[in-house]
Design a protein around this ligand. Structure first.
Ligand code: ZN
Length: 457
């Protein structure tokens, strides 16, 4: 049966690329309020596609933010149910002048499809939809039960889906979840992700005098919030990469021996890959831990931007009255963002230089995740990847956060299959985001095969 499905995918490959192209033309940037209409259009596109595939139940669910798209096709009481997740919103495309072709006018160069959202995540949702369509058209139905849940605010915090999942655990009941929103190690080396870090994103507002001051008249006695923020950030994490939040460090569980060995030995030479991708000679960070442990299993503290004072052309001797920093932490699985936020806030207050007033706001948060490589759904995914690529997938953790994966794990208690088909140089949040069309094709084939392997009896 799977062979017929795979032939269907090959025969219809060009149309799938065209369909993806039409979806990518919709600039569904979830963070811009003025694009809300476009985000809704992208949701409507997905809804229509699910109906066309043959899902008997398809609906767009209004939320406080951008809508969710939900579909289900449950025709086999004796078969398992897979919950498929994806997102149809995209990151902003700026800086626009760095794109070789406009971000919302998809272009193919060297067998890559260039557009914002090409790999993250419309292209990877599309390959799952193509696999579902192939089964539906050749078998007249799906081999297992499938629920699809697509969100439109993954890039801005995913509050709507969190509320929906927490309120609808029965409707979303399943045996496993599939998320295609990550990348492989290389074109030849597939990857299954068995761990993700959580995230806690905050904003620190630093206040000094009641108004901006002149450094000639007040310099020497005036508080300076920009400087205070720099001091604070350095006290939270020094140049040696050591984070000074004692409760956070104390809460970390020791990693399993096998993983620890993989991180230390680095048999796939990932450290070199990291250096090359960043274009740097030296890695920074806490030298007490191997780089792979630092990116996958250690907490981070990063400042993403500081705003305040004068940065225009020329000179202006202002001492600003306030300044703002965006600071996030990545959290290894097992840490509760609520708890970490309390520790973080305490540390911020303790380390704020005298003479300043500080406010900390939590912008968003999500927990990390660990899945067992022995889970039968993970094993089916591994076999499907091996069938397509001819090599066993590597089992690795990933430093990024997919809060919805943790949500499925914690609220729905589902094993989460994180099987992505991006490549390391796809640039998902950068200018010239791309998706390899060869990977698009292999992704469809793998997911179609995976669905077939889940069928019992
Ligand atoms: Zn994504």
């Amino acid at each position: 049966m799977t062979d017929t499905v795979l032939t269907y995918l090959q025969d219809h490959h060009d149309r799938f690329v065209q369909e993806l192209t039409s979806w990518l033309r919709i600039p569904s940037v979830s963070t811009f309020a003025e694009q809300a209409q476009e985000v809704r259009r992208a949701a409507a596109w997905a809804q229509e596609k699910l109906v066309a595939i043959g899902f008997p139940t398809v609906e767009t669910i209004a939320t406080a933010g951008h809508p969710l798209v939900y579909a289900e096709w449950l025709s086999h009481p004796d078969q398992p149910t897979l919950l498929v997740y994806g997102h149809y919103d995209v990151q902003p495309a700026e800086p626009l002048d760095e794109w070789l072709s406009p971000p919302f006018e998809p272009a193919i160069r060297d067998d890559n499809l260039y557009a914002r959202g090409a790999v993250d995540d419309k292209g990877q949702v599309m390959l799952v939809l193509a696999a579902l369509e192939a089964w539906s058209r050749t078998l007249g139905g799906l081999p297992i039960n499938v629920k699809v849940l697509l969100e439109g605010e993954e890039e801005t915090g995913g509050e709507a889906i969190e509320a929906y999942v927490r309120a609808n655990p029965v409707r979303l009941e399943a045996d496993a979840a599939l998320i295609c929103d990550t990348h492989m190690l290389s074109e030849r080396q597939p990857l299954l992700i068995t761990g993700l870090r959580g995230v806690l994103y905050t904003e620190i507002a630093m206040h000094g005098a009641q108004r901006d001051l002149h450094s000639g008249s007040f310099g020497g006695v005036a508080p300076n919030p920009v400087h205070a923020l720099c001091v604070l950030i350095d006290r939270l994490k020094g140049a040696d990469g050591v984070i000074h939040i004692p409760e956070l460090l104390a809460a970390l569980a020791p990693p399993p021996e096998a993983e620890k060995r993989f991180w230390e030995e680095d048999p796939l030479h990932l450290e070199e890959l990291l250096r090359r991708e960043m274009g740097v000679d030296e890695l920074v960070g806490d030298a007490a831990y191997p780089p792979l442990e630092r990116i996958w299993a250690r907490p981070t503290l990063e400042v993403h931007g500081i705003r305040g004072g004068f940065t225009g052309q020329g000179a202006k001797t202002v001492i600003p009255a306030e300044a703002l920093a965006k600071v996030s932490l990545r959290l290894p699985a097992g840490l509760q963002p609520d708890e970490v936020f309390a520790w973080f806030e305490t540390a911020v207050r303790r380390h704020t230089p005298a003479g300043h007033r500080v406010e900390v706001t939590r912008l968003n948060a999500g927990e990390g995740l660990l899945v067992s490589p022995d889970n039968p759904f993970i094993r089916a995914a591994a076999s499907a990847l091996e069938a397509t690529y001819g090599v066993e997938p590597a089992f690795m953790r990933e430093g990024g956060s997919i809060p919805v994966a943790a949500l499925f794990d914690q609220v729905l208690q589902l094993p989460v299959v994180l099987m992505g088909f991006g490549l390391p140089d796809d640039g998902p949040h950068a200018p010239n985001e791309k998706f390899s069309l060869a990977q698009f094709a292999r992704g469809m084939a793998t997911v179609a095969d995976f669905l077939g392997r889940l069928q019992r009896g």
